[in-house]
Design a protein around this ligand. Structure first.
Ligand code: LLP
Length: 420
């Protein structure tokens, strides 16, 4: 599950670079990404798309990892981007991305963000409410433009069958109900500055089976049929992202295994000539990244063995926020007796843990790697406890590039003002 992150004897490497050498050169905590792993993950999607009779538009979900060098790699591979803010749009443009391949998602776009997106010419706004559609029409009118729009529907995929789905349920804040979507779709014909071009759905994240996507697709296609019977025309169907990765023992479908049945369903239902858009994030970058952290102190209480490490919940919040499990491995394997450690950070919160009850042979000063940290790692880092965010390093073969230096404390308060 972690290509290009492997042991060479007792020594952990990212491609041909040892984890220890990265830590020595750039300090810890540091995110390290394998360029080859990112590119291979992206190419698995491109190849699945190329093998299909249906046209597939690839849009990387920037929220998973928005570091410029990562976006640059995907832009060079010809990918477009799925964004959820003006900030992400500016990152895409700064990294060399093509605005004409940008889809703008999210429930809360401001007028300023809509204006920016219209000015640079994004390909589509995924609209999530009647109010947002009205606001977009107004902003587009003021800008003298016509906004291309997809309605994001909430397919209300059955949580009983698929309990891991969290955003495609009717109780979630995301999307428009199917009834409302039909009405809204027909209303767009009366609006001067929006043009309906697509129907979008995104049912959740870290999904490891195809069935809920097929359920959602069927509902989306029912809706498209309904809308088109009433005279509108839908150019593309956006299936969202959400394909899972292996953190511990999951066995998610490959992009090919995921896309093939969905595209076959498109063809069998007579929609083979429409464009399918997809927005994968985690499955592109997740397993390509590790977070390197140094063991500061080993501390045993009557109840527990703790390894206090120099990365905290501010650097990687997934364990604290979702009780997410990510594997933790040593940079150098040691002989000896393993103890079960809780890996905790320096932040003053009991939720500040990275892993629990992990059998490790550890000494103070040992370097550890938290695997599968490439997605929703650095992007969710904060400055709590006035901690600068980690450095980021891209590895390719035997070469390393610092793609973001460690944030300094001085940078944190540089724009603050003391009272007169
Ligand atoms: N498209 C839309 C509209 C989304 O909301 C998302 C993710 C994606 C695409 C990309 O999904 P992916 O392929 O990465 O699963 N912070 C959480 C994950 C939140 C995902 C939010 N939406 C985590 O760390 O697990």
């Amino acid at each position: 599950g972690h290509p290009h992150v492997a042991y060479n004897g007792p020594t952990l490497q990212i491609e041909q670079v040892t984890a220890s050498s990265v830590a020595e050169a750039f300090g810890t905590p540091t995110y390290v990404y394998s360029r080859t792993a990112i590119e291979e993950a992206a190419q698995r999607y491109s190849q699945a798309a190329a093998a299909s009779p249906v046209h597939v538009a690839l849009r990387y979900a920037v929220k998973a990892n928005s570091t410029l060098a990562v976006l640059q790699l995907l832009a060079r591979l010809g990918w477009g981007f799925d964004i959820v803010s003006g900030g992400e749009l500016k990152r895409v443009l700064a990294a060399g991305g093509d605005a004409a391949k940008v889809v703008f998602s999210g429930v809360g776009k401001t007028a300023e963000e809509m204006r920016l997106a219209l000015d640079v010419g994004v390909e589509c706004f995924n609209v999530e409410s009647p109010s947002e559609l009205a606001a977009l029409d107004r902003v587009a009118q003021a800008a003298g433009k016509v906004a291309r729009v997809a309605l994001r529907v909430n397919p209300d995929v059955d949580a009983g069958t698929h309990p891991y789905i969290s955003t495609g349920l009717k109780t979630n804040k995301f999307g428009i109900s199917q009834d409302q979507a039909t009405r809204l779709a027909l209303q767009t014909a009366q609006m001067g500055h929006v043009k309906l071009v697509g129907i979008a759905s995104h049912i959740g994240s870290q999904i490891t089976t195809v069935e809920p996507y097929l359920d959602a697709l069927d509902k989306v296609l029912d809706l498209v049929e309904d809308i088109e019977r009433r005279g509108a025309k839908i150019e593309h169907i956006d299936l969202g992202g959400g394909l899972g990765i292996r953190y511990t023992d999951e066995t998610p479908p490959t992009p090919q295994q995921w896309l093939q049945p969905l595209l076959a369903r498109m063809v069998s239902r007579g929609f083979g000539h429409r464009t399918v858009m997809i927005e994968p994030g985690r499955s592109i970058v997740g397993n390509a990244g590790v977070l390197l952290t140094r063991t500061l102190f080993l501390k045993s209480t009557p109840a527990k063995h703790f390894a206090v490490v120099d990365a905290g919940m501010n650097d990687l919040i997934r364990p604290a926020l979702y009780a997410a499990e990510q594997m933790v491995v040593p940079a150098e394997r040691r002989e000896g007796n393993a103890l079960k450690y809780d890996l905790v950070g320096p932040v003053c919160e009991s939720a500040d843990w990275l892993a629990r009850d992990r059998a490790l042979v550890l000494e103070e000063g040992d370097l550890l790697a938290v695997l599968s940290s490439g997605a929703y790692g650095m992007v969710m880092a904060s400055n709590y406890n006035s901690r600068g965010r980690p450095a980021e390093v891209m590895v390719e073969g035997a070469s390393t590039t610092l793609i973001r230096p460690r944030e300094t404390v001085e940078q944190l308060y540089a724009s603050e003002r003391l009272l007169p």
